[in-house]
Structures are given as C-alpha cells and as structure tokens.
Design a protein around this ligand. Structure first.
Ligand code: ZN
Length: 387
C-alpha cells in the first residue's frame, strides 16, 4: 500500500508526439539543405526522439529504426503518448509485374509513390497485350507524372513493343537501353519517338548510366554491367541487368538474359558479388536457356516471378514458356517461403508436351497469377495474394 501511494506521487514523464501538417520530407539533418530521408503525409504521426528543438527542427524516430529531422512549421506537437491505434504508416516499395501475355513490363514505384522505374513495355503481337499494358500503366501512373527512368532491357519487340506509345504519352526523365541498334520497325519507331520528344538517353554499352530513380536514402537502383557486356551476339544476352535495393530487401531484373550472359555476370567478380538477391525476375520468361544452376546458386532467390504467355497462344505457341525443367530448378530455391499449392502448365521439352507442375513455394507467374505486385517494407517482401 505504501509503495503504491509513493508511485502515484512521482510525476509521470510524458512522451510528446508530432502530427504532420503537410506533405514534406523528413531530413537527414536539422537543416533545409539536408538530404531528404523519407516523405511523410498529412496526418501521419511521428514519435519524438528528443524533447528539444535543434535549429527549429524536431528530431524524430522515423523511418523505423532511424533518426531524422523535420521543420517545426510542418508539424503540430501534441502532449502525451500517441493514440494507441495510430500505427505509423510506412510506404512500401512496389514492384508491379504487369500481366501482358508473352513479354515483360515491370513498373517499380518508390515508397513515397513519387518516383518510378519502368523496365520494358510488353509486346504488340500477343492478343490484348497492348491494351493490357496501356490500361495497367495508366491506372498506376497519372499521365502528367514523370516516369523518372525507363529501361529497355533489349530491343526485342516483346520488351519494347509499346515503348513508342510510352515515350509519346509520358514524360520520361531518362531512357536507358543496351546500346544495340536493331533492324525492326518497332525499334525505329522508338528511336524516332526518342528524337521527337528530346528524351535524355544513355546506352549501357557505352557507359554505366545511374538509374538511382528515387532520392530516398534506403532506396537504390543500379545496373550490373560485367566486363564484356555487349560482346555476345544474341540480343537476349545483351539484356540490361537491374538491381533494386530497399532497406534489407533486394530485387534482380535480368530481362531475357540466357546462360551466356549469366556466365558473364558470374565471371566478373564485382558483378558476381552483387547478384545475391531476395527476389529474382526470372530470365527469358522461364525458358530453359536461362536460370542455370550456377546462376541461381549465386542469386539464391527466396522469391521468383516470371512473365509469360499462355500455352499455345500466339507467339508462345512457338516459344513454349515456361519450361518444366526451369520451373523445377527454381522451386528448389523458393520453397522456404511456402505459398498455397497450385498447378502451373509447363512445357516439358524432353517429352515434347505441356504438363502440369505443382507449385508450392514463392514462385509466381503471370499465366497463373495474373498481374503480380510485390511490396517491400524494407525489412521483408510481401508476396501477392494468389488466386
Ligand atoms: Zn522476351
């Protein structure tokens, strides 16, 4: 009883909190000139890391696990603990693998929602592909919002099929391709659109473009360019390889790279060291000429996803993607994150027929799951809901 009375006399320390008033960035230091760390939204609650102001800046415990600073005029200080139901909203980095049939089209959006990296634009030949791409992109991206960087992994039409439309419809901050010229009407139309629209352009063969599309400190994107890049004859093996990191999460996008380019990546020590990733966008629509054992051993993906057409439809009647042997190889890596068991139609090249392969693990494909959205918290990748 005595102890209880004493306790009630001791004043309780009150931890104040801040509510954000406008859409601004928290900074890496207490000054307007400091680097932005993370965008915050009106109504967002920030925990104070220190009670006193420093040069008119509050010190806040945000993003989670870090300290940053926000100008006093952008927030309102409230006394006491933040309300119990005020979970801090934290943006996720989103990787959208669009469902466009045979081809690739991938939109990566930073946690603020302000910066985009687009890799490839799908095909025009596969039924419905062009409309699917345009619908999906316009839903995700307002037409007056700049796409910071568009990458053409290589000049095949199932990757640059709708690039001309993109360049004419949107403002693209930087266009990156592999540097290879290509003899096709699709390629020439892209070149004309780049010139007409005056788009800044860099070629990976000639340089190593910076594709760091978002200023957030915990988001980065690089091109992996091994020594010898651009020397192989097959355009697939000149695919631009992109690595995206968000906090602890890492993503690898390899276009249509086949075994020869995988070899190049493995042979270059500096490049090889950067292959290990949590997520792999499977090369060449899960063909059996990609995703070799040695390459997968270096990447060790926990999650893998591919884009491909349906069995027997249009161009995939000839390509016959995905291949059973490749899917079985990938499953050995992604089984640690089990998903609900599903069955995927795969082409067995030895038996020369389509077969049904059981998928139990974090392997996803557009023919099975439709559009795929992976959300990265910076401390783990949330897989898409499966049908
Ligand atoms: Zn392709």
């Amino acid at each position: 009883m005595f102890a209880l009375v004493l306790l009630s006399l001791v004043p309780v320390a009150r931890a104040d909190y801040l509510v954000v008033d406008r859409r601004v960035s928290v900074k890496r230091g207490p000054s307007a000139a400091a680097e932005p760390a993370r965008r915050v939204q009106p109504g967002q609650i920030l925990a104070l890391a220190a009670s006193d102001l420093t040069d008119n800046y509050f010190q806040v415990a945000f993003p989670p696990g870090q300290i940053s600073w926000i100008y006093k005029g952008f927030v309102t200080r409230h006394a006491g603990e933040p309300p119990a139901d005020s979970a801090l909203p934290v943006g996720t980095l989103k990787v959208h693998i669009l469902n466009i049939g045979q081809g690739d089209a991938i939109l990566i959006v930073c946690p603020d929602g302000d910066h985009q990296l687009l890799i490839d634009t799908g095909d025009t030949r596969y039924p419905g592909a062009t409309q699917s791409f345009k619908n999906a992109l316009t839903e995700l991206q307002a037409q007056d919002d700049v796409i910071e960087i568009a990458v053409a992994s290589h000049p095949h039409s199932d990757h640059i099929g709708n690039m001309e439309w993109l360049l004419r419809q949107y403002t693209v901050g930087l266009y990156v391709d592999n540097g290879q010229t290509y003899d096709s009407a699709t390629y020439r139309h892209v070149e004309k659109a780049l010139t007409d629209r005056g788009v800044r352009r860099e070629r990976v063969e000639a340089s190593l473009p910076s594709i760091d599309f978002c200023p957030l400190e915990d988001v980065s994107a690089i091109i992996l360019k091994p020594a010898g890049f651009g020397t192989l004859s097959d355009p697939n093996d000149r695919s631009v390889i992109v690595r995206v990191d968000h906090g602890e999460d890492s993503f690898l996008f390899v276009g249509d790279a086949e075994l020869e380019e995988e070899e190049q990546l493995l042979h270059d020590a500096a490049t090889r060291a950067r292959l290990d990733c949590d997520f792999l966008k499977v090369g060449h629509h899960a063909s059996d000429t990609s995703s070799g054992q040695a390459f997968l051993d270096a990447v060790t993906p926990d999650i893998a996803a591919f884009s491909a057409g349906l069995p027997g439809i249009s161009t995939n009647a000839g390509y016959m993607h995905p291949r059973r042997s490749t899917i079985e190889r990938l499953l050995k890596y992604v089984h640690t994150l089990p998903g609900p068991p599903r069955r995927l139609q795969t082409y067995d090249a030895k038996a020369k027929l389509w077969t049904s392969t059981e998928i139990a693990g974090a392997l996803y494909g557009t023919p099975l799951d439709g559009e795929l959205v992976f959300e990265s918290t910076g401390n783990g990748i949330l897989p898409p809901p499966v049908r």
